[in-house]
Design a protein around this ligand. Structure first.
Ligand code: SF4
Length: 287
């Protein structure tokens, strides 16, 4: 039995930087406040809470003099303004690739286009992208794209973690509905790499393991991509979820992880699978 670990499994640079910023700020100021969880991973959130990170529902719940951290997936302009008005110390952990999407959608609006965002309704990143322009249309899937009325001029961006297949499906429909359509592919490169790796790895592997929280849309998408190619694909959040039966008659075990899964959980799971499969070799990195 061999383990092939996807090279880009786990934290993307945007999430890694944001988590490190949260730890550093909590260390410096004893406490740091956030409007919602920094990543969709219960273990990370729990560990951060122990080091002084506090999650609040509203800016007014942040005590005077304490910093507020704006998370990797972006923050609506209204909150930026409020925090500045309150002279709140702001720690900006917005991923630069998310900031790029904000810039792109503003440019599309500046060109006189109706703006369209391909993304999950209600997801924080999508909410912050939408807040950059007036009256954007949010489309989550091709079924929603079919309901759109014809229009003259539109510009499209996507949420950074979208699957290319979903985006392509929607664009194919929009081409028939919009006379002058401009599409900027804003799926971020860590997402693209992670998706491409899992598509290949799931095919090569006898058993495919995806590590990530079920609250993480990103991890669920990886599992979906793996399952479409290999029915012996399983999503786990921790070592406790592993079932030894999954590895019976398996020669190659593929492993990947969502962008919000920390390194220590990946290592623990790799080690546990080695014990289950009596593997003495080091895992191989799959590029
Ligand atoms: S998923 Fe992409 S856009 Fe989002 S934080 Fe990570 S690198 Fe940045």
């Amino acid at each position: 039995m061999r383990i092939l670990l996807a090279k880009d499994a786990g934290y993307c640079f945007g999430v890694r930087d944001a988590v490190n910023m949260a730890y550093d700020t909590a260390k410096e100021y004893d406490e740091v406040f956030m409007l919602g969880d920094i990543v969709h991973n219960e273990t990370v959130v729990r560990n951060l809470a122990r080091s002084g990170t506090k999650v609040v529902a509203d800016l007014k719940d942040v005590p005077k003099g304490k910093p507020v951290l704006f998370r990797a997936h972006g923050t609506v302009p209204e909150l930026w303004e409020k925090a500045r008005e309150n002279n709140q110390g702001i720690v900006d952990a917005t991923c630069p690739l998310v900031t790029e999407i904000h810039e792109e959608i503003k440019k599309l609006e500046g060109e006189g286009r109706r703006t369209i965002i391909i993304g999950d309704h209600g997801h924080d990143e999508v909410v912050a992208i939408a807040a950059q322009v007036s009256e954007p249309i949010i489309i989550a899937n091709p079924e929603e794209a079919h309901t759109l009325r014809k229009m003259k001029k539109a510009g499209v961006v996507s949420q950074s973690t979208q699957m290319i297949e979903n985006v392509q499906g929607i664009i194919n429909i929009l081409i028939r509905k919009v006379f002058d359509l401009r599409f900027i592919n804003t799926i971020c490169f860590p997402t693209r790499r992670n998706h491409e790796q899992i598509k290949e790895l799931a095919v090569r592997s006898d058993t495919m393991i995806v590590i990530g929280s079920f609250t993480s849309a990103n991890s669920k998408r990886l599992t979906q991509l793996a399952l479409e190619r290999n029915p012996r694909s399983y999503q786990v959040t921790s070592v406790e979820d592993l079932d030894p039966d999954w590895f019976k008659d398996s020669e190659i075990i593929g492993i990947s992880a969502g962008a919000s899964t920390p390194d220590n959980i990946i290592s623990e799971i790799v080690e546990k699978i080695k014990i289950i499969g009596q593997i003495t070799e080091k895992e191989e990195v799959y590029e």
